[in-house]
Each structure stands twice: as C-alpha cells, then as structure tokens.
Design a protein around this ligand. Sequence first.
Ligand SMILES: Nc1ncnc2c1ncn2[C@@H]1O[C@H](COP(=O)(O)OP(=O)(O)OP(=O)(O)O)[C@@H](O)[C@H]1O
Ligand SMILES: [Mg+2]
Length: 269
Amino acid sequence: MAGIVEKLNPNKTSAVSFKRDGQRGSKRGRTVPISEVTLSEVKEDAVRFGLATDVAYQMNAGKEASIFVAYHKKHPIILKAFRLWQTSQVKKSKGYFAPGRMQILAAKEFDVLLGCFKAGMNVPTPIGRVGYYLTQRFLGDGLEPAPQLRNVKVEDPETVLDQILDDYLIMYRDVNYVHGDLSAYNILWWKNKPWIIDMPQAYHVGPWSDMKRVVMLLRRDIVNVLSYFKKYGISKDPDYIVKVFLSEFVPHNLRNYDEDIAVSIDGGN
Ligand SMILES: Nc1ncnc2c1ncn2[C@@H]1O[C@H](COP(=O)(O)OP(=O)(O)OP(=O)(O)O)[C@@H](O)[C@H]1O
Ligand SMILES: [Mg+2]
C-alpha cells in the first residue's frame, strides 16, 4: 500500500530532483528511489530528543520537510522534520539532501521564527529544535488544524491584507528577513487572523546582502499575496508596496544599491 508520503510526493521529476540528478551527474530528470522515514522512527527521535511525548499523525509532506501533529503531554504541537529523503547515493555523495543541510534549515527556521515571534508577529510560537526537527505551536482547534488562507473566504479582505502586510513589514524592517515563499499557502487562518508560517528559505537583509535579490524576493512575495486578494476585487500596485517597505529599511551601506558602479580592475596609471 502506498504510504501517505508516496501519495503526496509522487515519483515525478521536480525542480529538486532535477537539481539532485544534475549534481550526481545522472541523466536529466531521472528520478531516484526514495526510502521513507516512518512515523515510528520520527516518534522515537522526537521522544528521545525531548521534543514531544507522542506523535499522532503526518499531516503534510513538503519539498524538504514533513509536518507531524505531535503531543507534548496533552497539548497538540507541530513537529517539522527536515529529513525525509534518504537514498544510498545521498549518503555517499553528500548531495542536495545531505543531513547537514537539513539541520541548517531546521536551525534557520527556528531562529527566524523566534525573531518574528519576539518582534510581535502572528506566527506559531517556536518551541524547540534538535537536529533536523523543530517544534512549534499547533494552530488549530482541538486536533483540527487551521486552514491555509487560500481555502478560506474572509469577511473583511482589506483588513486581512493590511494585517498580512503589517506583519510582513515587521519581518522585513525589524527582523530583517524577506520570507521568500509567502503566499496564501503559507499563511494560515486562525482565530480570525492571518498567521505567517514556513520560513526556512527566508533571506537575510543586512549589510552584506544582495539587495537586488532582496527586492526580487520581496516583490514576488507581495505579488503572490496580492493575487489571493484579486477574487475580492482588490487590486494594489506591488511596486508601490515594495517602495513603502524599502522606505522603512535598507541597510545603511546599501542605500545606493541600484546604482551600477563601473569599477576598473586594471588599475591603469
Ligand atoms: N503551526 C502549524 N499549525 C497548524 N498547521 C500547520 C502548522 N505549520 C504547518 N502547518 C500545516 O502544514 C503545512 C505545511 O507546513 P509548512 O509550509 O511549514 O511546511 P513545508 O514542508 O515547507 O511545506 P511546503 O513545501 O508544502 O510549503 C501548512 O501549509 C499547514 O497546512
Ligand atoms: Mg509551506
């Protein structure tokens, strides 16, 4: 019988498997067998690491992580495991899915989430992180997880859009990250409010960042969010919103990032 992971991740060529194949010098687009990490393995790890007392079920299998509903005593929590794919090739070649990279992603998501939480955003409270596992607050009622915004029709869309942009501005200006994958998929709707989730790919905005990349990611996130609100007849200019964000924060040394400066490396005299 096909496991939930197989069902959610059919063995088709994805951007990731494409890249993975390329790194191994394999034929373009060839897929590789995936051996699944079982619920009982995840549970054993989570209990051993003190992250959870039980793991109830797997809720989602994403690109790089799997989401489990777990318990800490009687409280449901979310356990995100940045480890799913193990192939003999990966073990040998330290390929794209090497465990080291997974640990970095877990640590990064935990740290960014903590920064966002401390800055006052509506995000699931981060709880713990060990290896490639992290735990966070379960958003939902009872054992029913909160829906993704894309599956909800909100009553006051203008306010909800403002709430999302206000929160995103906090993330950008105060925590100094662009989300990098923001959309109505990675925003949950709970307690009549939007909650931003899923941050392992966030990109830091600091003195050594590539500002052009920052602006590209920021604009893409804003376009994605705005596209959800089109069905309510809301149409806003993404470039204006990007401008507002940039007027709130650009690292001091990068204020002139969009000037192309020709630098001669000949040193001619
Ligand atoms: N704290 C949470 N409370 C309730 N549900 C959650 C929580 N975190 C994640 N989920 C659910 O699990 C889904 C996947 O979570 P998330 O986006 O963090 O993982 P992902 O592996 O990066 O997923 P994908 O690759 O599909 O974007 C979410 O869209 C949401 O439905
Ligand atoms: Mg996601």
